[in-house]
Design a protein around this ligand. Structure first.
Ligand SMILES: [Zn+2]
Length: 445
């Protein structure tokens, strides 16, 4: 089926690592996981008209159960605000029930016309946080706290620097009061939205009637947020870090961090293999994802390029001659630098490399981001930068949707984010009217 992913074990391990590392952070900040149904009755979606209109072109509907026509169509969840809102109305009665801080790991279906593996798929996996609060300020605080959490997570685990900010009205989530996002630049110069957080205000609580008795015994509608990242992040790692030799994974999320390849020469099975096996055992015991590849049907050279292509951060080569010199050859995937290391200091060296590679991949990506962010102050330069260099364009924007639409129509560039901190004033890059905000434009996936 078009737009459906089959994620084989090596790829799924990346998602599992992302899940584990992000889930820890979600829980550390007080959230708990739960699960809600994947079918949503049509009447639930109809309650919030903006929400329904925003999603209806992408909804897959279940109309039959077995041979029987259903009385009411069921949507395969395109997102879960409606069904979770329905339940929150039953669960939340008093200010003592707040805040509700729930996250769900689930699959989502959106019937996309144009699909692209990992980035825009008909079915994808994600986490969606849904919270309810006593005040607008608390909901806003939650929305920005998660935005920060996503930024820190993506930068320190995926080694991809991001630009955080607010979405414009046209890019806002259907039914949200405000949408925030983190955006990254892929190696081809196109932007990718990496995650979003929404301050939903009281839109959903009013239509789903989620009310609580406040501290003065008055009935109030709750203030809500929702936020998510998806398997798109796996695609971002591939596109932001990969090079001509293949994948390149940051150690923190690499399915396999270290591969040990014995050099099959001479008496290697007696001399080399037991030592290589011990290396693998010791490294696994340290909690590293290490593997010995002693298969005889492939040459060491074939294995070198295979694991380069698979993006394994560290390769250890060890042959009879290395054993005699009490050493191994260590190769790092990010720079391809090779080094002989004594067997006694090998673990220490690998520990240091795992952290060095992680840091230097982020450092390189930061350099790429800054080299590919261009500031312009007129439309001529805007168009020529977009054609010749791509990347992010930082420019003043007057705030009018007309300008935003016209730029999109003529250049295919959209406003990715409006940074939260603004200083200075200028002229709109298109209409030259006074503008108080500098925004990030780019062509995006
Ligand atoms: Zn303008």
């Amino acid at each position: 089926m078009k737009g459906m992913m089959i994620i084989r074990p090596y790829g799924f391990a990346i998602w599992e690592n992302i899940q584990r590392l992000l889930d820890d952070r979600i829980k550390e900040t007080g959230h708990v996981n739960a699960y809600f149904p994947m079918f949503i009755p049509e009447t639930f979606l109809q309650k919030e008209i903006d929400h329904l209109e925003g999603f209806s072109p992408e909804v897959a509907w279940v109309t039959k159960g077995g041979a029987e026509e259903l009385e009411e169509r069921l949507a395969v969840r395109p997102t879960s605000e409606a069904i979770i809102g329905h339940m929150y109305a039953k669960w939340i009665k008093s200010w003592r029930d707040l805040p509700v801080l729930i996250n769900q790991w689930a699959n989502i279906v959106r019937w996309e016309k144009v699909t692209r593996l990992f980035l825009r798929t008909t079915e994808f996996l994600w986490q969606e946080g849904h919270t309810a609060h006593e005040t607008f300020e608390e909901a806003e605080h939650e929305t920005l706290m998660i935005l920060d959490l996503y930024k820190e997570f993506v930068e320190s685990e995926l080694a991809i620097p991001v630009v955080p900010g607010k979405k414009t009205e046209r890019e806002r989530f259907a039914g949200a009061h405000e949408t925030y996002a983190i955006e990254a630049l892929m190696s081809d110069g196109k932007a990718l939205q990496m995650g979003t957080t929404h301050n939903l205000g009281q839109h959903f609580s009013k239509v789903f009637n989620i009310r609580f008795e406040d501290r003065d015994q008055k009935l109030q509608y709750v203030w809500q947020t929702s936020w998510g990242v998806s398997t798109r992040l796996v695609g971002s790692v591939i596109m932001a870090h990969g090079d001509d030799s293949g994948l390149k994974f940051p150690p923190r999320i690499a399915p396999l961090q270290i591969v040990i390849i014995p050099i099959s020469l001479g008496n290697w099975k007696q001399e080399v293999l037991p030592i290589a096996q011990k290396l693998e055992r010791d490294m696994k015991q340290l909690g590293w994802r290490a593997k010995l590849d002693a298969r005889e049907e492939f040459t060491p050279g074939w294995k070198f390029s295979e694991y380069e292509m698979r993006g394994v951060p560290i390769r250890i080569e060890i042959g009879p001659r290395d054993i005699r010199q009490n050493q191994a050859i260590v190769v790092r995937r990010d720079t391809m630098a090779k080094e002989a290391v004594t067997l006694d200091s090998l673990q220490e060296k690998v520990a240091q490399l795992l952290s060095d590679i992680q840091d230097s991949m982020l450092e390189n990506a930061r350099k790429f981001l800054s080299e590919n962010t261009h500031e312009v102050d007129n439309y001529q330069d805007f168009k020529s930068v977009l054609e010749s260099k791509r990347g992010f364009i930082k420019a003043f924007w007057c705030g009018a949707q007309d300008c935003e639409d016209k730029i999109k129509e003529e250049t295919m560039a959209t406003i990715r984010v409006v940074p939260l901190e603004q200083k200075g004033k200028g002229k709109c890059v298109l209409c030259q009217a006074d503008a108080g905000q500098k925004v990030y434009f780019a062509r995006a996936y």
